[in-house]
Design a protein around this ligand. Sequence first.
Ligand code: ADP
Ligand code: MG
Length: 352
Amino acid sequence: MISKKYSKDRIRSRITDTKHDLQEIGEFGLIHRIRRGITSSDPALVQGIGDDVAVIEVGETATKALLVTTDILIEDIHFDLSWTDPSQLGRKALAVNLSDIASMGGIPKYFLISLGLPKNLSLSFISSFYRGLKKEAKRFRVELIGGDTSLSKKIVINICLLGEGEKKDLLFRRGARVGDDLFISGTPGDAALGLRILQKKGKIKGAEGLIKKHLSPCPRVELGQAIAKRHWATAMIDVSDGLLIDTSHLLQESGVGVRVWEDRIPLSRLYQKWIRFFSKDPFQLALSGGEDYELLFTAPPELRERISSLARSLRIPITRIGEILPIKEGLRIIKEDGKDYSPSRLGFEHFK
Ligand code: ADP
Ligand code: MG
């Protein structure tokens, strides 16, 4: 008879391989491999794997598109219960999906939510979670239409959000052209610094604004739609993993390079006040920290003035931080003193 231990060891050795494991290729290497193995001949599929959402033509004239995106939040990976309020968690679970629809310039419509929950989780946690979720859904006029529920050791939250858009208006990661400007909305790094503060010091006074950016991000749905319907941008992505790593995704899909001026990265007043306690280099976290949920987009230089006035009318900071170059230039950062470098670490990546 095979002992229990022996069979468990056999199973473990089948699923672990220290020479060739996920750490070696990382999250994006894995997605690249999956994508390579998928081909589609469906003419209605405008965009499959490789952008913030999947895009499918619908309707007889095929002028409209269905948008589909999904994002997962896992306890102790994406959130820590010691400082997470369940209502904020409900809002954030939806917000991170709304941000992907925002990056296409789409209109979010319906969502399904699947939950993995431990059996000792209090009912008040669930009620509060759904209160936050419903509040966010009302604010962005999206409706909960279903989901799935299962027992789990840790809390797992997965939302699948559906949206729609005029096919001609949608913005993809591909589309950036040499000579375009690169813009970012908001002030990158705030959410990542908020998380650092929570991890090191907890919810301390004076840092609430940064902590809120991490716990309760605001997706730029209105901004995404405003840019898309005016046809001002050539490419757009939302910044979820970090400014540089998401810039690199836009570059890869567009087949271009970029020059980013470090001293033009807009840093919030609070960020400037707190970053001193965490890093000697004030820009490093703004460039590589994740969860900003801001929009990063490219546009031809002749639209600069119009983009600035849109920013003023929506009261959202939009800053020109770089310019698109030929692909051979790669991703270059220009420091204040004029020296440039290619960063070795771009940002957050699972498994790495
Ligand atoms: P985002 O950060 O905008 O959510 P991701 O980096 O998670 O985007 O995903 C990039 C692309 O890869 C998307 O098209 C997404 O749907 C796809 N993708 C991610 N994980 C998987 C997976 N396990 N299998 C198939 N496609 C995936
Ligand atoms: Mg995205």
